[in-house]
Design a protein around this ligand. Structure first.
Ligand code: AMP
Length: 374
């Protein structure tokens, strides 16, 4: 059964970070009310919400309180307790369910689901202990990347192993449980496909972005990705297959490697709006946040149109001071700061989006601004 949620009703969001904040801002434009559950006081989402419930994510009473005040509940991050979310779905309207979270919070389940959908991932093996990895490692050739099955992000919880002498570097990863070891992919580019789907099975795909990482953290997204049409079609088909197989509702970001041959390999999934889709706020007719709200509220989706080429650059803690002193010099830069109090090194504090007709000139303007210099 699907329900349509309308302006004036309340959308509950689990998680108070920047993704929840941008979802909330999009929803509030349309007259929805927002309730948020987050352990932190004055969280980025809490600052713009109508109701703040400040409690740990697994606090059953707080989840019940969220259910009481919300007409529909969504989430902005994947590390939610699956059991808690399943229980919540019994007392509240959670159109996304808990299955998508269960699959995407474990790399092993995720890879199995991608393969079942008929899409390629890098060759991999799984190991519960370092000893098991040592025994099985000849099934993969060097180099490979060992990743914890759960809890890794932004390059945390992973180790590249180039030779037998380096294998010991992966040992500590097993302190966090089971791991996967996957073939190192010598990719030409990294891209992400953000697919959004409502409970009627209708889908919409945002223009594909090309992602440039620094120290494993997304630095820049260039849209459209500089790949040929054949690769774009392959990437979109892969995202459609995965979304249909998972029967998901809401947003799924599919991170992919583009090979020299133009083929693609899926790296990982995120079951929520994604950093690489922030450009859509300015550069398309429907941002990933507006579309997410449409999807979870049971509205028909709008097919995205890209108004202009765009570059999104992340603002980490160390970039805030130089950016804020220089931003007034750049009338074409749209600045977003998430309201986080402490500008810690490497913490995602905001982003800048620039629409452009001359990509090279814009990339060079970003470089010469000095804001993102090492
Ligand atoms: P992940 O946490 O899986 O998204 O990995 C973070 C980044 O590490 C990716 O965006 C890639 O740049 C790199 N990476 C991860 N897995 C691989 C792989 N199998 N081969 C090559 N690079 C990888």
């Amino acid at each position: 059964m699907t329900t349509t949620i309308l302006p004036g009703q309340t959308i509950g969001i689990i998680g108070g970070g920047q993704l929840g904040r941008m979802m909330a801002l999009a929803a509030k434009e349309a007259g929805f009310k927002i309730a948020v559950l987050d352990p932190g006081m004055d969280s980025p989402t809490g600052q713009v919400a109508d109701i703040q419930i400040i409690a740990p994510f697994d606090d059953q009473q707080a989840l019940e309180e969220l259910a009481d005040v919300s007409d529909v509940i969504t989430y902005e991050f994947e590390n939610i307790d699956v059991e808690g979310l399943t229980k919540l779905a019994e007392i509240a309207y959670v159109p996304q369910g808990a299955e998508l979270i269960r699959v995407t919070q474990n790399r092993i389940f995720e890879k199995q689901a991608i393969l079942e959908a008929g899409v390629i991932v890098a060759d991999y093996i799984t190991a519960s202990t370092f000893k098991e990895l040592t025994e099985k490692r000849s099934e993969l050739s060097f180099p490979f990347v060992v990743k914890t099955a759960r809890g890794g992000y932004d390059g945390k919880g992973q180790q590249t192993v180039s030779s037998i002498d380096e294998l010991h570097l992966a040992e500590t990863l097993f302190e966090n449980g089971e791991c996967v070891a996957e073939a190192f992919v010598s990719f030409k580019k990294e891209i992400s496909v953000i697919i959004q789907r409502n409970a009627h099975g209708e889908t919409a795909i945002l223009p594909i972005g090309e992602n440039i990482h620094k120290c494993h953290i997304l630095h820049e997204t260039i849209v459209p990705a500089r790949i040929d049409k054949k690769t774009m079609d392959l990437a979109k088909q892969a995202a459609e297959k995965i979304a249909a197989h998972l029967d998901m509702v809401g947003t799924l970001a599919v991170e992919m490697f583009v090979l020299e041959t133009g083929g693609i390999i899926v790296n990982e999934l995120a079951p929520r709006p994604h950093n690489s889709g922030h450009y859509s706020i300015e550069a398309t007719n429907i941002s990933q946040f507006h579309q997410h709200i449409r999807a979870v509220c049971g509205w028909p989706l709008r097919q995205p149109i890209l108004w202009s080429q765009a570059v999104m650059v992340n603002v980490l803690g160390e970039h805030v001071a130089p950016l804020t002193t220089k931003i007034a010099q750049f009338p074409n830069w749209s600045i977003h700061l998430y309201g986080k109090d402490e500008a810690k090194q490497k913490r995602k504090m905001g982003h800048v989006t620039i629409l452009t007709e001359d990509l090279e000139a814009t990339l060079s303007e970003i470089d010469t601004s000095g804001i993102w210099s090492e």
